[in-house]
Design a protein around this ligand. Structure first.
Ligand SMILES: NC(=O)c1ccc[n+]([C@@H]2O[C@H](COP(=O)([O-])OP(=O)(O)OC[C@H]3O[C@@H](n4cnc5c(N)ncnc54)[C@H](OP(=O)(O)O)[C@@H]3O)[C@@H](O)[C@H]2O)c1
Length: 304
């Protein structure tokens, strides 16, 4: 197992040219977590963990250019590593936060530095656990996670699937990380494409719906700020009603739908336009595309 002393890291208050802190064997208590690629999603999760009270000295970050990691290091007081292998060697849990196209190259880079017992949590859409396992030391616990953008306000839902060497404890470690930005559910990896089509891309469908509702309000003569406030608060209130009461959506919809009334007329118009079928088709198209991209990534990896 490689030594876990950091050999290439930069603390939060170290200006360029200033002497770097010495590598030290003193490790703050708790699991050490390295985000390899701390951009939008990696940075969001790191922020969530620090906001939840995790010691920032147990979090390391890397990025392609120095600016991203140093900015995050200044903001959160986490450790910025100059390279991925040093961060992977230091960490107990490695989070792959790069784009899927860069993930396999990063795995190849860190392979010699990944110690026995290190958990690799991948945020990379479409990349299977088996593909990542094939580029890491045999027996490495790989966990595939699909978060969504409400992570940035602590309201994500993430789908978590363990690979062939991942134990329940490894999956629990990934859930603990993702819980810093919302909820997490464990699903078989075979359902990851379906999950991506509901919650991964789901925020886009919701924003699209809100956009359309706002424009419809404007068409009805409402000022855009008012139409926006009405639409957003309606979405928020309805989501809370669903979540807090646990009532089935059909019952909640029926409660707003008086026989022969205004809502019934509106729903009839939505049915006439085939909204329900359009949603089925959209989700199926998304799941299909997710599977295609995953297969493409595996084929590209095989041809390298
Ligand atoms: N954003 C989402 O809503 C979302 C949702 C679900 C899943 N994901 C997954 O999350 C992953 C990251 O997506 P993102 O939206 O956060 O992308 P992003 O904002 O572009 O972040 C990617 C980060 O990776 C860094 N990077 C690039 N090459 C690297 C390398 N060789 N070594 C270390 N770091 C490197 C980049 O550094 P620089 O900053 O220096 O360029 C950047 O900070 C993707 O795999 C995506 O599938 C994202």
């Amino acid at each position: 197992m490689p030594s876990r002393s950091p050999n290439s890291w930069r603390g939060p208050d170290v200006a360029a040219g200033e002497r770097l802190p010495e590598p030290t064997d003193e490790r703050p208590a708790g699991q050490h977590l390295a985000f390899l690629g701390a951009g939008t999603m990696g940075g969001t999760i790191a922020r969530g963990l620090v906001a939840a009270g995790r010691d920032p000295r147990t979090i390391g970050v890397t990025s392609h250019g120095a600016a991203t990691r140093e900015k995050l290091s200044r903001e959160l007081k986490v450790l910025a590593f100059d390279d991925n292998p040093s961060a992977a060697q230091w960490a107990d849990v490695v989070v792959l936060g790069v784009k899927p196209a860069q993930a396999l190259a990063v795995c190849d880079e860190i392979e010699p530095a990944v110690g026995e017992g290190t958990i690799v949590v991948s945020l990379c859409a479409g990349l299977s656990c088996a593909l990542l396992e094939s580029r890491l030391p045999q027996g490495t616990a790989v966990i595939r996670v699909m978060p969504n953008t409400p992570a940035s306000v602590g309201a994500a839902i993430s789908g978590v699937s363990g690979g062939s060497s991942a134990s329940d404890a490894d999956v629990a470690a990934a859930i603990a990380v993702m819980s810093a930005v919302g909820k997490a559910v464990v699903i078989p990896e075979s359902q990851q494409d379906a999950l991506a089509a509901i919650s991964g891309s789901g925020p886009a469908y919701v924003f699209y719906f809100v956009e359309a509702l706002v424009e419809a309000g404007v068409t009805q003569g409402l000022a855009r700020p008012l139409a926006t406030e009405l639409a957003v608060q309606t979405l928020l209130g309805s989501a809370r009603l669903l979540d807090e009461t646990g009532t089935h959506p059909t019952l909640l919809r029926e409660a707003v739908t008086s026989p022969g009334g205004t809502t019934a007329a509106a729903l009839r118009a939505l049915d006439d336009r085939g909204l329900r079928c359009a949603i089925q088709d959209a989700v199926a198209a998304c799941a299909r595309r997710s599977a295609e991209l995953g297969a493409q990534a595996a084929a590209d990896a095989g041809s390298r």
